[in-house]
Design a protein around this ligand. Structure first.
Ligand SMILES: CC(C)(COP(=O)(O)OP(=O)(O)OC[C@H]1O[C@@H](n2cnc3c(N)ncnc32)[C@H](O)[C@@H]1OP(=O)(O)O)[C@@H](O)C(=O)NCCC(=O)NCCS
Length: 188
C-alpha cells in the first residue's frame, strides 16, 4: 500500500466514490445524488482516504491517485453526531484506514464540543462492529428490519467522556476539518 492521505471530498471524487460504494455496499449503495447532496451540506463531514499514485520512477503522479475509502457523518454541534456511511475498499482493509476515518470524525466532535456519536450497523457486520467497539461505541438498541433486505440494525452510541477514555490509546488523529451537518435521511 502506498502513502495514504485524508482530505475533504470534492465533486471530482464522486465517480470513484460511487464505484467504491457499489463494491462495498452492493445490496444498498448510496446514489451519486446522495453523495452530491452531502458535498453541499454544511453539516456534513465528508472525508476521503486517497492513495498517492506514482509513475514508473516512483514520483507522485496525481492522475494515478485513488480513492480507497470515505466517511460521511453529520456533526450537529454541539449536540450530537451521526455516522452516515463509512467504507474502505476490500484490498485496503485491516490497515487502519477505517479507524483513521472514524478518528477524523471524533476529532471534529472534540473540536466542536460535540459529546455523543451514534450510528446504525447491520447485526451481521462483525468487522464494523469490532471497529466501533474498539473506539468506545456500545450497543444502544436494535432497529428491527432497518435495512431494505429485512436485516436488523444495532444502534451504537459513543457518549462523552467515558468513550474518550476508552479510545485514548493513540490511533493517529488525522488533522481535520469539521464544519458539519444535518440529520441523515438514511444511514448504514
Ligand atoms: C468496516 C470497515 C470500514 C473497516 O475498515 P478497515 O480499514 O478494515 O478497519 P481498520 O483496519 O481500521 O480496523 C480497525 C479495527 O477494527 C476491527 N476490525 C476491522 N475489521 C475487522 C475484521 N474483519 N474482523 C475483526 N475485527 C475487525 C479491529 O479491531 C481492527 O483493529 P486491528 O486491525 O488492530 O485488529 C470495512 O470493513 C468496510 O469498508 N466494510 C464494508 C462497508 C461497511 O460495512 N461499512 C460499515 C457500515 S456500518
Amino acid at each position: 500500500m502506498s502513502e495514504i492521505s485524508f482530505r475533504l471530498a470534492l465533486p471530482e471524487d464522486l465517480d470513484d466514490i460511487c464505484a467504491l460504494e457499489e463494491i462495498c455496499f452492493p445490496e444498498e449503495p448510496w446514489s451519486m445524488q446522495m453523495f452530491r447532496e452531502e458535498l453541499q451540506n454544511d453539516m456534513a463531514l465528508f472525508v476521503v482516504a486517497e492513495e498517492q499514485g506514482a509513475d514508473e520512477s516512483g514520483e507522485h503522479c496525481a492522475e494515478k491517485d485513488r480513492i480507497v475509502g470515505y466517511i460521511v457523518a453529520w456533526v450537529i454541534a454541539p449536540v450530537e453526531s451521526q455516522v452516515g456511511s463509512i467504507a474502505v475498499l476490500p484490498e485496503y482493509r485491516r490497515h487502519g484506514l477505517g479507524r483513521q476515518l472514524m478518528e477524523i470524525l471524533l476529532a471534529a466532535c472534540r473540536e466542536t464540543g460535540t459529546p455523543d456519536t451514534f450510528l446504525e450497523v447491520r447485526v451481521s457486520n462483525e468487522p464494523a462492529i469490532a471497529l466501533y467497539k474498539s473506539l468506545g461505541f456500545e450497543n444502544d438498541g436494535i432497529r428491527k428490519r432497518y435495512y431494505q433486505d429485512g436485516e436488523d440494525a444495532y444502534t451504537m452510541a459513543r457518549r462523552g467522556a467515558a468513550a474518550e477514555k476508552e479510545s485514548a490509546d493513540g490511533a493517529a488523529y488525522a488533522e481535520n476539518e469539521s464544519d458539519s451537518a444535518p440529520a441523515p435521511e438514511e444511514t448504514k
